[in-house]
Write a protein that binds this ligand. Sequence first.
Ligand code: NI
Length: 258
Amino acid sequence: MIFETHAHYDDAIFDHDREELLCTMEKQGIGAIVNAGSSLDSIVRIRELIHQYSFMYGAAGIHPCDTGTLTEEHFLWLKEQCKHEKIVAVGEIGLDYYWKETDPAIQKMWFERQLLMAQEVSLPVIIHSREAAKDTLDIMKSLHAEKTGGVIHCFSYSREMAREFLELNVSFGIGGVITFPNARKLKEAVDYIPMDRLLLETDSPYLSPVPYRGKRNSSLNLPFIIDKIAEIKGISSEKVIEITTDNAEKLFKVRCKG
Ligand code: NI
């Protein structure tokens, strides 16, 4: 079955039909979901989701755009959350220079602290990096992020950057962008990255693949992403599912159903 490595079902946009939607996942071939954390509030809601659904796992981390108001007390609380048995990663953490509301110096400080926290609690990291490739890479190198490994979520950089990140023992989360007609650079990167470093993700409710671009996304759209990767790699969609599920099970140390 399919392992969805990045979604945000804690988002209020799912409030009216979350249960109905999540109850169809297993029937539709989705055997595991990692719900990524973004804010302190999101982690509270994620704790409820992982309690309620056996196939749901969580990541605890503060998105770079939400680091502006973090305090020492929050950070201690965050570290406590990482001890929950169904919290399988620290994330999403990183740098975002596209949305400019949070000072890059503050983003960097909390990125570094959360990277080190992941090493203390022995969890892989889920990295959000937007228009910040070089700083992301420099920080991960200097703090030896290869110790925990992790995933560059919604990878959208070039093949050259992929080569640099490959050396850091990270995997690459591939989502709906791969189906966009103008995603030439990303298609080249996916062609280049070895299959054993690819993971499937949607980033739901964001980034719906073609033909649902612009609409609310859900893990049920993963087959569009799988088919595109299969086409690029010249293998079957079944093989893409088999390998990416195996990759995700190894990274997050949990079993996917099916
Ligand atoms: Ni996300």
